[in-house]
Write a protein that binds this ligand. Structure first.
Ligand code: HEM
Length: 478
């Protein structure tokens, strides 16, 4: 058993002329704004499934451009940026020092946000590489790569100059994610251009799957490894287990991308390799699940009351379900039913929204009051937004699983005309829209809560009578 690290932050409030945590604050706020904007685009795309003529025939507003706008917006504008901002907050605290350079940190925030804004214009303008998740044109890809290298430099320099010698597991996962992301992003966005046909598809699926497995998984798990013990005020269940998880994920994940092409035009041995490694993924996943549940065990009453822990533990549960589904999808028989159906869209949203976005949201709710040095504006609002996103998410995922599975069975039945399988999905797409509206409302409340936390005035202390605490104060700011 080992304890979570302490928040031993030392030094003055100013660092190189910039206040502490300024980069974390800027990244978190801009990412949450992109969360709300990109989720609203998701809603528009969902409406198009029900009324294909919705928003007319203007090329910029067609499905083929709005869908990648939504996907890139949530993945990069929101999730990656939020994870980067939260790591600017977490890593210095785990190292017992300050971020190596707040100036460099702030530069990465501004540059990354400009890239995302540029991506809005290129995506809507139809300037795209035409590969899933890799739609950004080459000049923006170069920008992303430069920002990532500078981000990595800042984090590695912070770790190299640390005061705490112990390397907590969140640091391992962060270092791994920085190296893996560079590799995966370069393969997905530059190397794919050098190939064509099946080889290009194989590289693209390597990228798509590892974008989730070697970018968002280690980043999300790193954050949860920090925030769960912190928020539960509990020691981590097992440091040894966390190390087994880290080394097994680094060995297993890269081999799984080809499971997107099962029954496709790639060699059988490559498909079989991807199936075997997909099944082996259960090992690192179980280390994470056992560790997170073990850490909060006996503290369920605290989880029930606390919105941050609720997000973290719901995220852990969604992570378990996602990673149970994944290896199942890779089996040839199951794959023949669910591949390319709406089931996969339900699965993808459970991973990136239900698991990794929930970890990031919990991190924002934890870090923002501490950066603002005052309690969260409203714990009630945080609870409401949790229940909206949780209920909306469940409606969304379950509807697409049920509809998608039956859709897959129908596709395998050659006596059913394709158009009937489309009509069959309409009630499920309606349910997704309702779930999406709940998620969107939750996202707006979440943004409002964070912005108000920075802006509300703390009442000045009075001599007598004593100032009552805010109705439901969060834990004291650090
Ligand atoms: C209001 C909430 C949302 C709605 C209504 C929504 C809707 C949609 C729709 C309609 C698609 C296209 C599906 C298709 O082509 O068949 C999609 C794709 C996707 N969305 Fe969302 N979305 C929402 C929120 C989010 C969030 C918050 C995330 C991530 C944090 C996300 C991540 C993705 C991803 C990764 C895909 C691609 C899925 C795939 O390739 O299988 N979405 N979304």
């Amino acid at each position: 058993m080992t304890t979570a690290s302490t928040d031993s932050s030392t030094g003055t409030a100013e660092h190189g002329g910039l206040s502490r945590d300024i980069s974390a604050k800027a990244f978190i706020l801009s990412s949450v704004m992109f969360f709300v904007i990109s989720t609203s685009v998701g809603l528009l795309v969902a409406i198009k499934f029900l009324w294909p003529e919705f928003m007319g025939n203007t090329p910029e507003l067609t499905f083929g451009r709005m869908r990648p706008l939504h996907v890139n917006g949530v993945l990069f504008g929101w999730l990656l940026a939020a994870d980067m901002g939260l790591l600017y907050y977490v890593i210095p605290r785990l190292c017992g020092n300050r971020l190596w350079s707040e100036k460099l940190g702030l530069f990465t925030v501004i540059a990354f946000d400009l890239i995302i804004l540029g991506a809005v214009f290129t995506t809507l303008g139809g300037i795209t590489q035409g590969l899933e998740y890799a739609e950004l044109p080459w000049f923006l890809d170069i920008g992303v790569t430069v920002v990532w290298v500078l981000f990595g430099l800042n984090i590695f320099a912070t770790i190299a100059t640390r005061k705490h010698q112990k390397m907590y597991v969140a640091i391992w996962y962060t270092m791994g994610a920085i190296v893996w992301t560079a590799f995966v992003y370069i393969v997905g966005n530059f190397a794919t251009e050098l190939f064509s046909g099946v080889n290009q598809a194989n590289l693209n699926w390597f990228y798509v799957h590892n974008a989730v497995g070697l970018i968002f998984t280690p980043l999300g798990v790193a954050l949860a490894y920090y925030f769960i013990p912190k928020q539960a005020s509990a020691p981590l269940f097992s440091h040894k287990l966390s190390m087994i998880g880290f080394w097994t994920i680094s060995f297993i994940y890269v081999w799984t991308g080809a499971h997107h092409m099962i029954h496709g035009p790639i060699s059988q041995w490559l498909q079989t390799v991807s199936i075997i490694f997909s099944a082996m993924l259960i090992i690192p996943v179980l280390t994470v699940i056992v560790n997170f549940f073990g850490t909060v065990s006996g503290r369920w009453e605290q989880v029930r009351r606390d919105p941050i822990l609720k997000y973290l533990m719901a995220g852990t549960t969604f992570y378990l379900l996602t990673c149970f589904q994944g290896p199942m999808h890779a089996l040839r028989t199951v794959n023949a039913i669910v591949s390319k159906t709406d089931w996969i869209v339900g699965h993808a949203h459970m991973a990136v929204l239900g698991a990794f976005s929930f970890f990031a949201i919990a991190g924002c709710l934890y870090a923002v009051p501490r950066i603002a040095k005052k309690p969260l504006y409203s714990e009630g609002l945080a609870n409401t937004s949790f229940w909206l996103m949780f209920t909306g998410g469940l409606l969304f995922f379950v509807a697409l699983w049920i509809g998608g599975f039956i859709q897959g069975l129908q596709w395998n039945d050659t006596s059913i005309p394709f158009i009937d399988t489309v009509r069959f999905m309409v009630p499920f797409w309606w349910t997704r829209l309702v779930g999406g509206l709940l998620i969107y409302t939750g996202a707006i409340l979440f943004l409002y809560n964070l912005v108000r936390t920075f802006t509300y005035e703390v009442p000045a202390p009075q001599e007598s009578p004593p100032t009552p605490a805010r109705s439901k104060p969060a834990k004291a700011a650090v």
